[in-house]
Design a protein around this ligand. Structure first.
Ligand SMILES: Cc1ncc(COP(=O)(O)O)c(C=O)c1O
Length: 443
């Protein structure tokens, strides 16, 4: 893809895309929810399928001209069911959701009445915004009760889930998280759901690729509903899937269209189908295993360097650094300092954080994107050294409680790090290192 037409017709957008490409090539991306798609996926999503309206479902559309689109959507559904060995008499899948958050809302609005009770993990303990946080529509429309991780171990407290389920009798119980570094026992949570006659839903957005690659237990056949994004460990385009036991089919499909959305993005559905085909390969299994090898190696090296991790390590693609020993609210400074050195992470709350999500006390990192670029255990040594050096130097800055003081300190900090020689030196090393590992889609 060389953007030759764009270059001629819209130089401003062309230049911005090229700058972003350069940034991606020369930086180390440790954001656990990001990844790089293949050239084939990028070709599919930038195809003329983008121009087609196809409101409705295969063979029942509200527009003409959907002969090939119908075939495409059915093929994507088949690939999605096949990849988890699902029996089409038992499960089906909706491939139209625009992304993870609307997919989750479609499940709630399709299966429940407004105001019904749902049990899910709290955002500050690793849950997702769309699992009922008060600032998200999900939390405004439904009565969410939240379970937490154990503050000492950082692990899901299944007894707590059971107790809350018995006390509050939720209609739906959600498992599957956004910042949880350990294995999830989907079977146990769905058994708890059954015991209180709740629907069990797993949101496997983060770990779908690990599950397909056999590196994490599957939520099938335990869960009634499984939602997932397609752009994280699956390495597809930005989209989502909703797998459902057939009895829920009509309600789920109606909730997606016409409930939440209009015309599906068939170019994206084509890209998802391509990613699902790629994920069937032996290479993908190796990829999933390597993500975890890299993650465990990086976690161990950080622990050896005296960095505290939530739950003391990781079983999956994700590592949550607890920086509270330096003082609360330090995640912001570390994210910014690392970014100045072209190491991209995201600041994140840690369980029991006393600071708000924009100024949290932790950092979340992960290995899916760097593993796609071909990095292995050996490369984790260098990455852990850079992380440790920067954390130890910049986590000593105090983040005040007071809002006004905070703004002043942040402004000063952001000015100072731009010129920081130590960070600039590391950035050059990082750039040389990252350029040795090509991006698969756009070189
Ligand atoms: C567990 C989980 N569910 C849902 C989502 C939402 O996905 P999207 O950003 O596509 O709306 C995310 C995104 O990070 C997630 O981690």
């Amino acid at each position: 893809m060389n953007f030759e037409y764009l270059k001629q017709t819209d130089k401003e957008i062309y230049d911005l895309i090229l700058l972003e490409l350069k940034r991606q090539k020369q930086s180390i991306n440790l954001i656990p929810s990001e990844n790089y798609t293949s050239k084939s996926v990028l070709e599919a999503i930038s195809s003329i399928l983008n121009d087609k309206y196809s409101e409705g479902y295969p063979y029942k559309r509200y527009y003409g001209g959907n002969l090939y689109v119908d075939e495409l959507e059915v093929l994507c559904q088949k690939r999605a069911l096949n990849i988890f060995n699902l029996n089409p008499d038992e499960y089906n899948v909706n491939v139209q959701p625009y992304s993870g958050t609307p997919a989750n809302l479609a499940v709630y609005t399709g299966l429940l009445n407004i105001g019904d009770t749902i049990l899910s993990l709290k955002l500050s303990h690793g849950g997702h915004l769309s699992h009922g946080d008060s600032v998200n529509l999900s939390g405004k429309l439904f009565n969410f009760i939240h379970y937490e991780v154990d503050q000492k171990t950082g692990l899901i407290n299944y007894e707590n889930i059971e107790e809350l389920a018995k006390n509050y009798k939720p209609k739906l119980i959600i498992s599957g998280f956004t910042a949880y570094p350990r294995i999830i026992d989907f079977k146990k949570i769905s058994q708890i759901a059954k015991s209180v006659e709740a629907i069990s839903m797993a949101d496997i957005s983060h770990i779908i690729g690990l599950i397909i690659g056999g590196a994490h237990p599957s939520p099938f056949p335990f869960c009634d509903i499984v939602t997932t994004t397609t752009h994280k460990t699956l390495r597809g385009p930005r989209g989502a899937l909703i797998f459902y036991k057939k009895e829920f089919g009509e309600k789920i499909n109606k909730a997606v269209f016409p409930g939440m959305q209009g015309g599906p993005h068939e170019n994206i559905i084509a890209g998802i189908a391509v990613a699902l085909k790629e994920a069937q390969s032996k290479n993908f299994k190796n990829y999933a295993k390597q993500i975890i090898l890299n993650s465990k190696t990086l976690a161990k090296l950080l622990i050896d360097n005296d960095i505290k991790l939530v739950s003391g390590g990781t079983d999956n693609h994700l590592i949550l650094l607890d920086l509270r020993k330096f003082g609360p609210g330090r995640g912001y400074f570390i994210e910014k300092a690392l970014e100045t050195a072209d190491i991209i992470v995201n600041k994140n709350s840690v369980p029991g954080d006393t600071f708000p999500p924009y100024y949290p006390s932790g950092i979340r990192i992960g290995t899916p994107a760097i593993t796609t670029r071909g990095m292995k255990e050996k490369e984790m040594i260098k990455i852990s050294e850079w992380l440790t050096k920067i954390i130890k130097k910049f986590a000593i800055n105090d983040m005040p409680d007071d809002k006004e003081k905070r703004q002043i300190i942040i402004k000063e900090f952001n000015e100072k790090i731009k010129e920081d020689e130590f960070l600039n030196k590391i950035r050059k090393e990082v750039n040389d290192f990252a350029l040795q590992f090509p991006l698969p889609g756009l070189n």
